[in-house]
Design a protein around this ligand. Structure first.
Ligand code: ADP
Ligand code: MG
Length: 348
């Protein structure tokens, strides 16, 4: 069990002056036993952060510490981390059992267990008992990734690091592996850092997550906080079907504030004190046809059938907007929202 800290970590690839800034002053504190996720669009620095934690990359500046001990100069093989990548990287000529037992040549199994017992225990954990003698080419993609999980966990590492481990699997398999991973992680209570570009996966799996953008951290919070109280416009737009409108404060009256968005006045609560320019975030699901306040007339351009509901895309006063409705709407649909359903950020 280990906690993890990154302090002031920056990374430049390829020379100080003209290199790419992959990480900019990243501070992170991952708690013991936590399932922590780094989420963000491609190229935002997730893999670089994970590789820096594992020791495959050295930070240009800043420190990495496990349990308050700096490990910045400790090589990866001495860091006691288990790593799983998108490509399973199994040894093709070895059986499942040999793959899972691989790391136990270098590190004793925990609690005095024999290698065979530890391999058996790991295969139970990932639901692959009975497949010991198979070679990887006789396994499905999901089974191969579970072998990779078992192999990384067999030496009982202090930290479990996963970089987009499910991206190569189809949607149904991803969901089932996601539930298994969550169960494994909470059974072992192992401190875990998980990388994904998929916000839904991040919200479903994590105790807390860091939303990254352009080499920096936008917000660190629980899934609920990230979803309901995004700290920045970037987070609001990245997570869920949010509509974000730029507005200007017109008048304040008690806890209510009138905000003008493209000539239309909205009535809102929770507008930050002193803010004059704001970003108004409203989830698609909060825009309802029968809501009485803040009525918006939307011209619909396209609709998508999503099973339980329909996503309609259109414009309100020329501003792009997404709605989540029960049925395909007419060309013009009027929706509204309650003042407290908007989340308002001061814009810079
Ligand atoms: P992510 O995993 O979020 O997609 P990465 O950490 O892989 O992002 O990359 C962050 C940035 O660093 C990107 O701009 C990427 O092009 C750059 N980068 C990553 N690895 C290298 C490398 N070995 N050499 C040069 N630039 C790199
Ligand atoms: Mg990556």
């Amino acid at each position: 069990m280990t906690d993890l800290r990154l302090e002031g970590v920056s990374k430049r690839y390829g020379g100080d002056a003209d290199g790419t800034a992959a990480l900019r002053d990243v501070d992170l504190a991952v708690r013991e036993g936590e399932f922590f996720t780094l989420v963000g669009p491609s190229g935002c620095g997730k893999t670089t952060t994970l590789r820096t934690i594992a020791g495959f990359e050295d930070p240009t500046v800043g420190t990495v510490a496990f349990d308050d001990e700096p490990v910045t100069d400790v090589p990866p093989e001495a860091r006691d981390v288990g790593v799983v990548f998108q490509s399973y990287g199994l040894f093709p000529h070895m059986s499942v059992a040999e793959n899972v037992g691989y790391g136990l040549q270098f590190r004793e199994p925990p609690e005095g267990a024999s290698v065979d017992d530890r391999v058996g225990e790991m295969l139970e954990l990932v639901d692959l008992a009975g497949l010991e003698d198979r070679t990887p080419d006789k396994l499905s993609g999901g089974q191969q990734q579970r072998v990779a999980l078992a192999r990384a966990l067999a030496p009982a590492p202090d930290l479990f690091l996963l970089d987009e481990p499910m991206s190569a699997l189809d949607a149904r398999l991803r969901e089932s592996l996601r539930r298994q991973l969550k169960r494994i992680q909470s059974t072992l209570e192992i401190t875990t850092v998980y990388v994904t570009h998929d916000q839904e996966e991040a919200l479903a799996l994590s105790d807390r997550l860091a939303v990254m953008n352009d080499g920096g951290i936008e917000q660190v919070a629980t899934p609920r906080e990230i979803y309901h109280e995004p700290a920045t416009r970037f987070v609001a737009e990245f997570v869920g079907d949010n509509n974000v409108f730029d507005g200007t404060v017109v008048a304040r009256d008690g806890d209510r504030t009138r905000v003008a968005v493209d000539g239309t006045e909205l009535e809102l609560t929770g507008v930050p004190a002193d803010a004059t320019r704001v970003s108004v975030c409203i989830r698609a699901a909060a825009l309802a046809r029968d809501a009485e306040e803040n009525r918006l007339s939307v011209s619909v351009e396209t609709s998508e059938f999503r099973g339980e509901h329909v996503h309609a895309y259109g414009r309100w006063n020329g501003v792009p907007i997404v709605l989540r409705l029960e049925a395909v709407p007419d060309d013009i649909v009027t929706v509204g929202f309650a003042p407290e359903d908007a989340h308002v950020l001061e814009s810079t």
